[in-house]
Design a protein around this ligand. Sequence first.
Ligand code: TYM
Length: 334
Amino acid sequence: MKEFSEKVTKSILTGIQPSGVITLGNYIGAIKQMVRMQDEFKSYIFIADMHAITVPQDPVKLHENIRSLVALYLACGIDPDKNIIFIQSENEYHANISWLLECNTPFGELSRMTQFKDKSSKNVNFYAGLFTYPVLMAADILAYDVDYVPVGIDQKQHVELARNIAERFNKKYGDTFKIPDVYITKEGTKVTDLVDPTKKMSKSSENPKGTIRLLDDEASIRKKIMGATTDSDCLIKYDPDNKPGISNLINICVALTGKTASEIEQEFTGKNYGEFKKYVADVVTEEILGIQKRYHEIINSDELDKILDENACVTREIAKNKFMLMKHKMGLYK
Ligand code: TYM
C-alpha cells in the first residue's frame, strides 16, 4: 500500500471528468493546484468517469478519454509516487456511499444547484443522474475524510453541498465524516471562453474556437489566442468587469508565468493587442507543448496500468471502511 511521508498530515481530493480532452481551464483551475500541493498534502486525484456519464457519451471515445486523462495528469507533473491517482468507477464504493447519502439529501437542496439548472435547461431529455450528480461528488469527497477540496469556482457550490450533507449526517447518526474545506486559488478561479469571455472555458463548449485543449496542435492554439475576443480601447489592463477578454488573457499569463497582473500591464504599456496576444500564445504553447511531449511518452506505457491497478485496491479499502461505517450507523444489516 502507498505510504505518504510522515511529515504530511493534511489531505486533499479532487477529480476531473473525462468528458472530452481537458482544457486550459482545467489545467489552470485544477491540475496546477494539485501539482503545487502534492508535496504538502496526501493527495487523492481521480478520473470522474461516473460523472461523465450523467450526459450521453460515445463509449469508445469515453474509454479513450479516461486513459488519456490519466496520462495527462502524469504529463502535467502529477507524481504517481506522491499522489493516489485512480479511476472513480474502479471503486464501486463511491456509488454505494452515494446511495446512502442520496437517502439523506433533500430534493429541494439538489434543485438549487446552479450547474444542474444550467445543464438541464439546455436539454429537455436529461437523466436522473444529472440531478443526483452532486451527491456522487459528495460521496467522492467524504469517503476519504480529506481536509481540502481544490477546485475551480464553478464547483464551489457542490463542495458546499458536500459539507452540508456531511454535517447533517454527523448530526443525525453521530460522527462519521470529516468536514472538508473548499480550496480555490485566485488565478485558478475561472478561465473564460476565448470567444465569449463571459462564459467559463469548458470541455463541452459548442464553439471549439473558444476552448484550448491540452492536446490541440500548436497552430490551432496560436490561432485561437490570436482570434480571442477583446475590446476596442487597445489598453492592456486587468479589469474583468469592463474588459473580460483581455483580463482572461492576463489571468492565463499570471497563472502560467507567476508574474502579477500589474507586472504584465507594465510590460505591455503602449503596446497593441496583437503584440500582447502573441506573447500569450508563446506562453501557452510553451507550456502545452512540454505537456504533450511527456504525454506521448506515457500514454502507451504499462506503468500506467500498474499505477491504476494498485491504486484501485488502496482506495477501495478506504472507501469500503467508510461505507461499512455508514451502513452500521444507518442500521443496515451488517
Ligand atoms: P470538471 O471536470 O468540470 O472540471 C475539473 C476541474 O477543473 C475546474 N475547471 C476550471 N477552472 C477554471 N477555469 C475553468 N474554465 C474551468 N473549467 C473547469 C473545475 O472547477 C474542477 O476543479 N464535478 C467535477 C468533478 C468531480 C470532483 C469530485 C471534483 C467529481 N467529484 C470531487 C472535486 C471533488 C467536475 O465536473 O469537474
